[in-house]
Design a binder for this molecule. Sequence first.
Ligand code: IPD
Ligand code: CA
Ligand code: CA
Ligand code: CA
Length: 275
Amino acid sequence: KIPAELSSIQELVFATELAQAGGDVLLRHRKEGTVIREKARNDLVSEADLESERVIKQAIANRYPDHVILAEESENGLDSYSEADHLWIIDPLDGTTNFAHGIPHFAVSIAYYQRGVAKCGVVWNPAREELFCAVAGEGAWFQGEQMHVGTQTRMTDVLIAVGFYYDRGAMMRRTLRTIEGLFAEQIRGIRRFGTASLDLCGVASGVYGGFVEYQLAPWDFAAGRLIVEEAGGKVTTSAGDDLPISVTSVLATNSVLHPAMLDVIAASELPNAED
Ligand code: IPD
Ligand code: CA
Ligand code: CA
Ligand code: CA
């Protein structure tokens, strides 16, 4: 599935193998049934997440014993990762709620960074056998074909994807206000499919004109942001700043619509009393 042009890039080939190995674990658990528990209210984890992560981490440790790994289910603090010479950022199951409810829209997301800079990223949807990948400076690819963001210049022509973090408070209210603001701009529609890595890939492939979520963690966006950028899009925080390797808001667009999206987002800020 990796395009021939990229088959000599070892980290990409390896990241793809890792994502597919993780995906095999997820599909097996889906077939056989898996034990699901709540980490916090509405925030789920399953045996599938944990085993996918174990398999991926073990393979990295075997091959690159000195590389640093940041993985969702075993992270303890997000400090100093941006300084690591070699960093793998792993979401072993993105879209756990979909997975737990039988919706075949979930992914394994794997990114490789050097000293804070994304070098390659892979998002693998095992249920659909779809591979999105990117290499810095070499473009973004879907099923072996080069991929580009949409060319729409008007908000009226696009679908926008949003995500709600597990929060049911101020962040959720702001997301709802943003949706209202987007409809006021007469966008064509809103989508909320529940897997941030695939939402980002949807911007990269031109399905969405933009995607916004007010809180994500590095494993949700590390691969997807490179895929969007290499497809010609733009990714920043919701305030328009560079993305840190830490918990942050994320705005991704086809680039042209970035200013219009930032305006809608700025207008959706909650008055302090409502925070
Ligand atoms: C979640 C998904 C979801 C997004 C949440 C993420 P998880 O990741 O990407 O789409 O709305 O903010 O935490 O927990 O399923 O890996
Ligand atoms: Ca999670
Ligand atoms: Ca995730
Ligand atoms: Ca996850």
